[in-house]
Ligand binder design. Structure first.
Ligand code: GLU
Length: 469
């Protein structure tokens, strides 16, 4: 283990883990694994109004599903209040922080005044060196920002970024009610956890100088930063619910494989040659922050779907059967009607034609339903008196073959086709509608074989009954 590399992913439990957050988490995680460092999960739950236990659980569930294990954590900021208090006291005694008794109205006035004078609206430092403060007045703690100079930090992706100190506020680090503020907690945690690289979305860029000032005030070395580009929707606006699913667990519900989502998200903004499909091990081996794309990444749902299909194509059959079984149970159907080997056969037939596990389950439903419900349009087109003559012949052939394998079924079809001088489509399509309810299914011989003789004959009889009504 390389103890020097320590990164953290720090979600707030004010919502679900969304796609953008998951990508940030993955970049942190793969960076740590590449360097044999430590990946830490820290939940920032100090926003008492908006943080909930449900979101906390849902974030952990999302990581569980993704299969990402953290080396440390989950830490929770709400359980680390003593640490922030201690750091605030230290800053207070070193003179880097001070008590401010100005009221919110007074601070607002200062800002207005500065604005009217064309200056940066900020706290004017009134309480910095005041000795006449009322000891009983409520106070907050502010960080004393140097008046001159610059706060500079290096970003691995964007190079040096600097802010004029004169533009930065003496930010509040502990509020009047005693609670520490967001940027203060983040900096104190990053120091305490000895974070070496802060990898986060570039929407946090304006927070970074504030946090760097806390490091400086405490005489701590700053970590390296990598502010990564945002994910945009196909309309180039920041990815959000409007663009469809945006929470990781929604992708689970919609039948995505965690490996596919990971592959897609990591590849969104990171590349290694032209390779599109990566195992986790390959990403670990090749991941580097330097290869991250600096421009915004555009989310492409079709590409994600394509990748998912590729993963389903090569997924382990046992896993696909498990997914099928649980999907059937969710729909009130019993998987055991067909034995495990048959269910393996079903998923193997469907894997090449399913973009998601939900597609696969829905494509398999007809195998497990007692009666098929015919799609009206397909039935009136294909279940006709002409086709029923062919189907009846086939029915009789099928009832006589020894073993109900696709090979024997195929021969039965060919006997009817030869006798009646018809092409496969003329027979296969009506049979498909009769036994599946619609016009799309895996190969007809395999489908019949998997469905089994009894059910196949029963469904053909029902379709013949419909025609002869
Ligand atoms: N809690 C912040 C968020 O959810 C992340 C803070 C950080 O990475 O520094 O966006």
């Amino acid at each position: 283990m390389n103890t020097d590399i320590r990164v953290r992913f720090a979600p707030s439990n004010t919502g679900h883990l969304h796609i953008g957050g998951a990508r940030t988490a993955l970049f942190n995680w793969f960076f740590a694994k590449h360097h044999e460092g430590t990946a830490i999960l820290r939940v920032e739950d100090t926003d008492r109004q908006r943080s909930t236990e449900e979101f906390y659980d849902a974030i952990l569930e999302a990581f569980d599903w993704l299969g990402l294990e953290w080396d440390e954590g989950p830490y929770r900021q709400s359980q680390r209040m003593d640490l922030y208090q201690e750091a605030a006291n230290k800053l207070l005694s070193s003179g880097n922080a001070y008590r401010c008794t100005c009221t919110p109205d007074e601070v607002n006035e200062m800002r207005e005044r500065a604005r009217a004078e064309g200056k940066t609206p900020k706290y004017d430092g009134t309480c910095r060196d005041r000795y006449d403060k009322d000891p009983a007045a409520p106070f907050c703690l502010r960080l004393r920002v140097p008046d001159e100079g610059e706060t500079i930090f290096n970003d691995i992706l964007s190079g040096n970024i600097s802010f004029e100190n004169s533009q930065l506020d003496d930010m509040v680090i502990v509020r009047t009610d005693g609670t520490p503020t967001y940027n203060f907690c983040v900096a104190i945690d990053d120091i305490d956890m000895q974070i070496s690289h802060v990898i986060r979305g570039n929407d946090h860029l304006s927070n970074t100088p504030k946090q760097v000032l806390v490091y400086r005030a405490l005489n701590e070395p700053t970590p390296k930063f990598a502010h990564i580009s945002m994910i945009l929707g196909p309309d180039k606006k920041r990815l959000s619910k409007r663009h469809g699913a945006d929470s990781v667990l929604e992708y689970k519900e919609r039948g995505f494989l965690p490996e596919a989502l990971i592959n897609y998200l990591v590849r969104l903004g990171w590349s290694h040659g032209d390779q599109e499909i990566f195992t986790k091990e390959e990403i670990i081996e090749n991941f580097s922050l330097e290869n991250l794309n600096r421009s915004a990444a555009i989310f492409n749902p079709e590409k994600l779907l394509w990748l998912n299909q590729e993963y389903i194509k090569s997924a382990d059959s046992g896993f696909l059967v498990e997914s099928l079984d649980s999907g059937l149970k969710d729909r009130g159907l019993s998987p055991d009607q067909l034995n495990h080997r048959t269910r393996m056969g079903i998923v193997d037939e469907l894997r090449t034609r399913s973009s998601t596990l939900v597609d696969m389950i829905e494509g398999a439903l007809f195998f497990f339903e007692d009666e098929v419900e015919w799609d009206e349009k397909a039935a009136s087109k294909f279940l006709t008196p002409q086709s029923s003559r062919l189907m009846l012949k086939l029915r009789n052939e099928l009832s006589e073959i020894d073993t109900f394998t696709s090979k024997h079924i195929k021969s039965a079809f060919h006997r009817v086709m030869d006798e009646e001088a018809v092409k496969l489509g003329k027979l296969a399509q009506p049979v498909r509608v009769a036994i599946t309810g619609g016009t799309i299914s895996p190969g007809i011989f395999e489908t019949l074989s998997l469905l089994g003789r009894d059910r196949s004959l029963h469904r053909l009889d029902a379709a013949l009954g419909r025609v002869n009504q």
